[in-house]
Ligand binder design. Structure first.
Ligand code: NAD
Length: 444
């Protein structure tokens, strides 16, 4: 099938490359010329395991191309996927649908003389957005032959390639049978090779809601285990053992039971807020979602306070903090709403003389852009060991597996101080103690 994707970011690019790998003829469209220029030369614009190889293979096979022109990109498309950002509105905190409506507006002009096209929204959008897109497009081009479908994306950053080919489910929210059948045809090769994937066809409004409900539930699970970690710290229980005991119950499951510094990234924070405000506008109070949003904010402040307290135990001046991990989670270079950056900024704000040495295996470039205000006080290092050299305190903020394999004897040797605040429970507590380090983990 001929497919166009509007928005070539963390969702659009893996989706485009994946659809090409399934044999479809794909055009990825983005309004950022620098992104498209790089992609045209075969360079990926974000870090995802396996994506680069897949892109190279499909470009060579002529199944994927890139364009900044929507008119050009959607020319022959039978399906157009909208995968633009839906960030939190800075004032209202609702989902900002500006990019979605801009794309839909342009699309209405581009598809004027087209045969039937399915427009599927991959972007996470509030319930009723499909209806709004439909009427907006009809106003611009009354004779459009389109169906608007909700096709929410559930991929996990860091596993985007895997999750594209082996998703738990594909949800199609279509109010028209023709649109549903077109999307079933699009995903037929994937379903043939991934027998465990469930295809769920629902009403468009249900599909839009599923995405917010799923993300808010997962965020709540994280918030819950973080609160349990606090509970364990006060009672002498060990959160790892508690989480294991909980997770063995198949009704609960082991995922999302790792305590940490709070959830972040480009989805959970904005989607929980958007759901809360969506409900609010409908006269409903989602108290659990609200508690999760507020609790998560407090969590990051709590982690910043721990790091400050560890710094205060050092008598050096100026003090030096080593930070391992900047991305919002491992496996990605995405730093949007990263707990690591929020915690680091909070500490930098209050500790005015503090010098910071940071290392992240993939996210240094993106973090640097977001930490510009503190550039003079941050040194970007090439390794964990370099970051720890001369540090009074070490804070582990992202769960990169390679941090768990660090040689703590070497770390202890190069650090000036002895304090470690491990917000991901990655390091070997026993070894740290044997080395005379003051090691603080979570929930133990
Ligand atoms: P992103 O910011 O990485 O990418 C969006 C891209 O769209 C950008 O490159 C931007 O230049 C482009 N764009 C915006 N308006 C455009 C227009 N009119 N024409 C062409 N290009 C345009 O965003 P993302 O992380 O890929 O997220 C996209 C959507 O998918 C969001 O709604 C998000 O909530 C949802 N989602 C994201 C993830 C994730 O893990 N990132 C997972 C599931 C769902």
């Amino acid at each position: 099938m001929k497919v166009a994707i509007i928005g070539t970011g963390y969702v659009g690019l893996p989706t485009g490359v994946g659809l090409a790998e399934l044999g479809h003829d794909v055009v990825c469209i983005d309004r950022e010329p620098s992104k498209i220029e790089r992609l045209k030369t075969g360079q990926v614009t974000l870090f995802e395991e396996g994506l680069s190889e897949l892109l190279t293979r499909n470009m060579a096979a002529g199944r994927i191309s890139f364009s900044t022109s929507m008119a050009q990109g959607v020319k022959e498309a039978q399906v157009v996927l909208i995968a633009v950002g839906t960030p939190s509105h800075p004032v209202t905190h609702e989902a900002d649908l500006r990019y979605v409506y801009e794309a839909a507006t342009e699309l209405a002009y581009c598809l004027k003389d087209h045969d039937y096209t399915v427009i599927a929204t991959k972007s996470t959008v509030p319930v009723g957005t499909g209806d709004n897109i439909e009427s907006l497009m009809a106003k611009i081009s009354p004779n459009l032959k389109v169906d608007v479908v909700s096709l929410p994306e559930f991929l996990r950053e860091g596993y985007a390639v895997h999750d594209f080919f082996y998703p738990d489910r594909i949800v199609i929210g279509a109010n028209s049978e023709r649109a549903r059948d077109t999307l079933k045809e699009l995903y037929a090769p994937l379903l043939a090779q991934s027998p465990k994937t469930q295809l769920l066809c629902v009403k468009r409004r249900s599909s839009e809601t599923i995405k917010y409900a799923a993300n808010s539930f997962l965020a709540t699970k994280i918030h819950f285990i973080n609160e349990m970690a606090d509970f364990c710290e006060h009672t002498g229980a060990d959160i790892a053992e508690v989480a294991q005991g909980m997770g063995l119950d198949h009704r609960i499951g082991p995922s999302f039971l790792q305590p940490g510094p709070g959830f972040g990234g480009s989805c959970f924070p904005k989607d929980t807020l958007a759901l809360y405000y969506m409900a609010h506008h409908n006269g409903l109070e989602l108290s659990l979602v609200k508690a999760t949003i507020d609790g998560n904010q407090k969590r990051m402040e709590q982690m910043a306070a721990r790091i400050r307290a560890a710094l205060e135990r050092s008598e050096s001046a100026p003090r030096c903090l080593a930070v391992l991990g900047l991305a919002f989670k491992n496996g990605t270079d995405d730093c949007r709403t990263s707990p690591a950056l929020q915690i680091l900024k909070a500490v930098l704000k209050s500790e005015r003389d503090l010098q910071v040495r940071v290392f992240d295996p993939e996210a240094m470039g993106k973090a640097q852009e977001l930490l510009q205000d503190y550039a003079a006080r941050i040194t970007y290092c090439v390794s964990e060991l370099e970051a720890c050299t001369g540090a009074d305190v070490l804070a582990v903020l992202t769960e990169w597996p390679q941090f768990a394999a660090l040689n703590l004897a070497e770390i202890a040797h190069v650090m000036r101080g002895t304090q470690i605040v491990d917000c991901r429970n990655l390091l070997d507590a026993k070894q740290a103690q044997e080395l005379g380090l003051s090691y603080q983990a979570i929930g133990r």
